[in-house]
Design a protein around this ligand. Structure first.
Ligand SMILES: Cc1cc2nc3c(=O)[nH]c(=O)nc-3n(C[C@H](O)[C@H](O)[C@H](O)COP(=O)(O)OP(=O)(O)OC[C@H]3O[C@@H](n4cnc5c(N)ncnc54)[C@H](O)[C@@H]3O)c2cc1C
Length: 407
């Protein structure tokens, strides 16, 4: 009998799972249920391309035709409100019951709520879904100044989009520096300077006391200083979206607990993407959600594959600064680092641990990233190379030689 594979959530994990299932099982029914109105789209564009036409086909992960050709059924605007794992049934918000043979939960994450008085005032926004981006854009259309809380990549890209739309923007960050997870001290400082040169005020080490206003936002109070603004937008991290699995027997901790096959503790129920927790880790990264989706799909369709953690890879292109950060870039956890720098425009730093490259930060531009990524992913040994004296250029030339040798 033909199987029915169901995905709850229509993000990148769901689409990749559906594709992986179809590659293995040409006949099965495959259904994607999503609470959002749109076909699956590239969520990252909600910050990178906030002021573009978000309803354009270019934002979609796959065009409508692709689903038709793959015989994958999509059900946008269809929220699943209950899972009955005993009887293999799903219940939609409108009361329909859907039987499944194998289920993938990929409900993603929610933005962490800003724990500050005044967060519910009109004019305060956070963006995770398309409609939130559209509401924000509509609200600020006739507004002049926006405070952006959060100095991570998503916050900075949003700030850049707002600035390009001709608004005044200020950035508020509780940490002592920007993009602290992906950058070192030097690149964080360079980035701060570039952003300030673009006319943006930056408040680091900020203690946010309150968002003030009457019927709508008038400003925020920081360390007893008032910053006036017409709107506040925040992105301060995410939490897995577990609403649907609360009060079920599906095991959770911070996320839905899965193994390397993306199986949960319940037979025929899998989970992938931002909603999961694997080996105690909750991720929240696009590339990993995509890979977990692929692995889940394969295993659901009975073709065994284990998930291997992909190397984090961040590309930043805003405020006239282009950089990438790959892998582990915490110097405190490394044996040594090798730096090549020249003023403010040239900087590459390689992070080394156990005679292997484990991370890189560079202003070289994305096209230069490939050999670094390959060296990290292939765990190329640096044995025999004098790490005290070698330059970045010499090291990478030796690494490329080793990469080209047969394993
Ligand atoms: C603005 C922004 C910028 C980002 N930038 C980056 C970046 O630069 N690099 C990076 O690595 N990551 C970035 N991310 C994170 C990245 O988008 C996520 O890691 C990725 O989208 C996770 O994919 P997912 O499939 O697990 O879940 P999601 O993309 O979160 O999709 C989950 C979907 O499930 C739906 N859903 C939830 N509950 C139900 C239900 N009960 N019934 C039906 N549907 C339901 C939701 O509505 C949502 O559409 C960014 C995120 C945002 C919001």
């Amino acid at each position: 009998m033909m199987k029915h594979y169901c995905m709850i959530g229509t993000g990148v994990a769901a689409v990749n799972a559906a594709k992986a299932i179809r590659d293995v099982d040409k006949e099965a029914h495959i259904s994607l249920f999503g609470a959002e109105k749109s076909l699956p789209y590239n969520r990252i564009k909600l910050s990178k391309e906030l002021f573009s036409d978000l309803r354009s086909e270019k934002v979609l992960l796959k065009k409508e035709k692709w689903y038709e050709m793959q015989n994958i059924r999509t059900y946008p605007n269809t929220k699943i409100v209950r899972i009955n794992t005993g009887d293999h049934l799903l219940l939609t918000k409108t009361g329909d019951t859907i039987p499944y043979d194998k289920l993938l939960i990929c409900t993603g994450a929610k933005n962490r709520r800003l724990p500050v008085n005044g967060v519910d005032r009109r004019g305060v926004f956070t963006i995770r879904e398309m409609h939130e981006a559209e509401d924000f854009k509509a609200f600020i259309e006739d507004k002049a100044s926006i405070v952006n809380i959060g100095g991570g990549i998503q916050g900075l890209e949003t700030a850049w989009s707002i600035l390009q739309a001709g608004k005044k923007v200020s950035i508020v960050e509780v940490a002592p520096r920007l993009m602290a997870r992906q950058l070192d001290e030097k690149t964080s400082t360079l980035l701060k300077r570039k952003i300030e040169e673009a006319g943006v005020d930056i408040y680091l080490n900020a203690s946010i006391k309150e968002i003030v206003g009457d019927d709508q936002v008038k400003g925020i109070v920081l360390n007893d200083q008032l910053i006036s603004c017409d709107s506040v937008i925040y992105s301060i991290g995410v939490v897995p979206n577990l609403d649907l699995v609360e009060n079920t027997t599906i095991q959770t901790n911070r996320g839905i607990i899965v193994n390397e096959k993306m199986e949960t503790n319940i037979q025929d129920v899998y989970a992938a993407g931002d909603v999961t927790e694997l080996h105690g880790e909750v991720e929240g990264l696009w590339g990993r959600a995509m890979d977990q989706g692929k692995v889940a799909g394969k295993n659901m369709a009975s073709a065994t594959e284990l998930y291997e953690k992909t190397t984090p890879f961040t590309v930043f292109n805003a405020f006239n600064m282009s950089l990438f950060s790959i892998g582990m870039v915490d110097e405190g956890l490394c044996d040594t680092t090798i730096i090549d720098e020249d003023g403010d425009e040239k900087y590459t730093r390689i992070f080394i641990k156990d005679e292997k490259i484990v991370g890189v930060i560079s202003l070289e531009g994305i096209v230069a990233s490939a050999p670094y990524k390959m060296a990290i992913e292939n765990k190329i040994s640096l044995n025999g190379i004098s790490l005290d004296t070698v330059s970045v250029k010499e090291l990478m030339s030796l690494v490329k030689e080793r990469l080209s040798q047969p394993a």
